[in-house]
Design a protein around this ligand. Structure first.
Ligand SMILES: [Fe+2]
Ligand SMILES: [Fe+2]
Length: 245
């Protein structure tokens, strides 16, 4: 279990994939001997929230994350939004740069390089649609629900859309990543440039693992938290009506 006294360096030695998580909190390498507490103070981060995110990333049985549910929605949404930026602004372009490098193509035959790029771009476009819907529609909706729940002010958010609609339409974007990996591992011929291919595969595996964690936060933390607030708002409205208010 990671605590506030854990040294940052030990955190990364335990699981280097956490470097991406740290990056989303604005924490860069070069920790010296600093502990989590010291770094969170320096960066003015909510240390409890930071620890919850780290522990749930390291231990999937940490779910259903009752503690995470107790944090303000803005913290959770900010973290999820940073993660989207990491995917679209960094990871996806890095992978795309390797597979579309015409100087050093992955496969001997052009048709195979073309196929890989085509499947990758299809995946990328689906991911963009998925993320855009969350950034532009779902996350603003959740913040509106929280504001209304806490203050009773602002437009009534419960006008047809509900967080359960989001859960139902939340497509499994990691599963499609699995198919993309299989194109390289299983269906395309042995590569002309194995180093580039292995690099791409490693990045896709890392991305898949990170996305599984990301989707769990969306489905097991964000959705139940917002569903509870929606329920309370509805009950309140119903109570007001039945008491003639
Ligand atoms: Fe997302
Ligand atoms: Fe999602």
């Amino acid at each position: 279990m990671i605590t506030e006294n854990t040294k940052m360096v030990d955190l990364v030695h335990r699981n280097y994939s956490l470097i991406s998580v740290l990056h989303r909190f604005g924490i860069a390498l070069g920790f010296e001997d600093k502990t989590i507490r010291e770094v969170c103070r320096e960066k003015d981060l909510d240390i409890r929230f930071f620890l919850e995110i780290i522990n749930s990333f390291l231990d999937h049985d940490y779910f259903p994350r009752e503690h995470l549910i107790s944090f303000p929605l803005q913290l959770i949404v900010d973290y999820l939004t940073q993660t989207h930026q990491d995917y679209l602004g960094k990871r996806i372009p890095e992978i795309e740069a390797i597979i579309s490098d015409s100087e050093n193509p992955c496969y001997e035959k052009e048709e195979h390089n073309f196929l890989l790029i085509k499947f990758f771009r299809e995946y990328k476009n689906e991911l963009i649609v998925h993320i855009r819907r969350e950034d532009e529609k779902v996350f603003p909706y959740t913040l509106q629900v929280e504001q209304y729940y806490l203050t009773g002010r602002g437009p009534d958010p419960l006008t047809g859309y509900s967080i359960m609609d989001y859960l139902q339409e939340h497509d499994d974007i990691e599963e499609k990543l699995f198919d993309l990996k299989n194109i390289i591992i299983k269906y395309l011929p042995p590569p002309r440039n194995p180093d580039a291919c292995y690099h791409v595969i490693a990045m896709l595996f890392d991305l898949e693992k990170d996305m599984q964690d990301h989707s769990r936060i969306e489905e097991k933390v964000l959705v139940p938290k917002v569903a509870l607030m929606e329920k309370s708002i509805r009950e309140q409205a119903h109570g007001d009506k039945s008491s003639g208010v």
